[in-house]
Design a binder for this molecule. Structure first.
Ligand SMILES: [Fe+2]
Ligand SMILES: [Fe+2]
Length: 163
């Protein structure tokens, strides 16, 4: 584990963590799209996959600005959240109910990412790294929008779900 003495040391660690999380998601989101039944939900995941690929590039840009390497750490938290998501994909039952479970897993992913970006943004703000803040905020907005979209789809599915 790296020795952390400065705000920059911690920011470096947070960027590595986010980078690992986004990389893991580029592999996990296609599975969530494939495992979903509702066409709108599939589209939402596929759209967010494209955004996720852009977020990976953004983090590479951030790393360049900070003169650090984005790789070298595994985000264990995201690994766990993705594992839970994989469980939701393996269940049997009513399609709508299963989709609602998948949305729950997706929502957990987005909240986990938001926490990471919010942390990194406040550290970058403290460093007055304005370009870094702008890049991170762009990704944060995409995570927030993705989560809102999932909740909207869930509300629609809820109308037809049997109690
Ligand atoms: Fe992301
Ligand atoms: Fe996301």
């Amino acid at each position: 584990m790296a020795v952390k003495k400065t705000v920059k040391d911690l920011l470096e660690d947070e960027i590595k963590d986010l980078y690992s999380a986004e990389k893991q998601l580029t592999k996990a989101i296609p599975k969530m799209a494939k495992g979903s039944n509702d066409p709108a939900l599939q589209t939402a995941f596929r759209d967010h996959l494209k955004e996720t690929e852009g977020q990976v590039s953004r983090l590479e840009e951030v790393a360049k600005l900070l003169e650090i390497k984005p790789s070298g750490k595994k985000c264990m938290g995201m690994e766990g959240v993705i594992k839970e998501g994989a469980e939701a994909l393996e269940e049997d039952g009513d399609e709508t109910i299963l989709d609602l479970g998948i949305i729950g897993a997706g929502s957990r992913v987005e909240h986990y990412e938001m926490a990471g970006y919010l942390t990194a943004i406040s550290l970058a703000q403290r460093m007055r790294a304005t370009e870094v803040v702008t890049l991170l905020k762009a990704s944060l907005s995409e995570e927030e929008a993705a989560e809102t979209k999932l909740r909207k789809i869930a509300a629609g599915l809820m109308k037809t779900a049997s109690n």
